[in-house]
Design a protein around this ligand. Structure first.
Ligand SMILES: O=C(O)C1=C[C@@H](OP(=O)(O)O)[C@@H](O)[C@H](O)C1
Ligand SMILES: C=C(OP(=O)(O)O)C(=O)O
Length: 433
């Protein structure tokens, strides 16, 4: 599906979708429990994959009260059953990693696969860790990529792994480790990238009554624990990666004298709350009422800055798009791990912003966008089957002269299914191609 985005102004109130990261964890944690409800979950292509996995392990997910914002999960009580069939994680790296470790708890084998993008992403450090813990974990093509086969009842222990491929490996082992006999300790061999995502995990584990902690060289979760959220339910906060597109839209295209107001922006462990500070440093008028969960953004004279995305990989496409509109250079550093996502987002943003007329320099670990406040010209750009590329290019399209056509526009369903409607409601000129 293609969407046309024409140069337009935005203003008004909108609501952040619920967090994808918290929703995945809450659904799987509810699966590890006897039962739990998840309040205000994100229902998207990726989180549906995690729901299917919980069902495949013998749990049940009841969506009948979703209109009231409630998902009821009947858990598998810490003992995932051997699935009847292959688990298709589609486009979701989080599902794949978290479910791989859960599958290693079964006393048979679990088979995981996904779409073309997912089957190109690396899982080797997690597979090696599971084998070191005495389980079986193989890539059918012996290249560390899905399809994966895992199982044979790991009981816990100590492992070491690199920290710079994906933090999701640690999340996966902490969540599964809590229900093993011995618990799991993970030592990191290299600096941890995407570290705030492990903090999100620790926050969700705590809410489900599970102890886990940082150690000097990594993380540890004691075994023999039971998942049970206080009061039987867990509420998901708004998603700051999704908020980044709305805030960026306000920064680059809010009407003079008006603003974009984003509701549902409550503080949490999300590293991507950094978008508030980043846009502020670039010169946007932005204020965050943390108690009210309200973010207000209006334009300003934007100029380029340096941003380290070691902790916040998912912000790279947004920052690159705003950087193309700001004056001067925006240097996005420490970004090599952003090449391991749904697509290589460093190259993707360099090439797609280039089609709109931006000058971009790509190095292995740095992306420099040589911005100019009025030089973008509408063109057909490729969302590359990647929700974040599509949404960021839409932000650039608000400012580019004429009309920008975003291909693969339907992929927003992965994390922000209502994205195009919300953008349209804010006054952006969005039409179906
Ligand atoms: O755990 C999570 O919810 C996520 C962790 C990050 O991935 P990596 O840890 O692989 O960088 C992030 O990019 C992804 O969108 C969501
Ligand atoms: C990389 C992402 O997610 P995942 O790793 O779950 O595919 C993302 O949402 O940007």
């Amino acid at each position: 599906m293609k969407k046309h985005v024409s140069r337009s102004r935005v203003a008004g109130r909108c609501r952040a979708p619920p967090s994808k990261s918290y929703t995945h964890r809450a659904i799987l944690a509810a699966g590890y429990a006897d039962e739990a409800t998840v309040e205000d979950p994100l229902v998207s292509a990726d989180t549906r994959a995690t729901m299917r996995a919980v069902s495949a392990f013998g749990g049940g997910v009841d969506r009948s009260r979703l209109d009231a914002g409630t998902l009821s999960v009947e858990g598998f009580g810490g003992r995932p059953e051997v699935p009847d069939d292959v688990i298709n994680c589609e486009n979701s790296g989080t599902t794949t990693r978290l479910v791989t470790a859960a599958g290693a708890l079964t006393d048979g084998l679990t088979v995981l696969t996904g779409d073309d993008s997912l089957r190109s992403r690396p899982h080797e450090p997690l597979l090696d860790a599971i084998e070191d813990l005495g389980g079986r974990a193989e890539s059918t093509r012996r290249n560390g990529r899905a399809p994966l086969v895992v199982g044979e009842s790991i009981t816990g222990g100590a492992v070491s792994m690199p920290g710079d491929v994906s933090s999701q490996f640690i999340t996966a082992l902490l969540m599964a480790g809590a229900v093993t006999d011995e618990g799991i300790e993970v030592d990191l061999e290299t600096e941890l990238k995407s570290a705030p995502y492990v903090d999100i995990t620790l926050e969700v584990l705590e809410a489900f009554g599970v102890d886990a902690e940082h150690t000097e060289s990594g993380f540890r979760v004691p075994g023999g624990q039971q998942y049970a959220p206080a009061g039987g339910s867990y509420a998901v906060p708004g998603d700051f990666s999704s908020i980044s597109y709305l805030a960026a839209a306000g920064a680059v295209a809010a009407e003079d004298g008006s603003e974009v107001v984003v509701e549902g922006a409550h503080p949490s462990a999300q590293g991507d709350t950094a978008i508030v500070d980043i846009l502020d440093r670039m010169g946007a008028e932005i204020s965050w009422d943390e108690d009210a969960g309200e973010l207000r953004i209006s334009g300003g004279d934007l100029s380029g800055i340096e941003v380290d995305v070691g902790d916040t990989p998912d912000l790279l496409p947004t920052i690159a798009a705003v950087g193309a509109i700001a004056d001067g250079d925006t240097r996005i550093v420490n970004c090599e791990h952003v090449r391991l996502k749904e697509t290589d987002r460093v190259s993707a943003m360099a090439e797609e912003l280039g089609k709109l007329g931006a000058e971009v320099t790509e190095e292995q670990d740095t992306l420099t966008v040589h911005g100019s406040d009025s030089s973008l010209v509408g063109a057909e750009v490729d969302g590359r089957g990647d929700h974040r590329i599509a949404m960021s290019l839409a932000v650039a399209g608000l400012v580019a002269e004429g009309t920008t056509t975003v291909d693969d526009a339907e992929h927003v369903d992965v994390s922000f299914p209502d994205f195009w409607t919300v953008l349209d409601d804010l006054g952006a000129k969005v039409t179906n191609a």
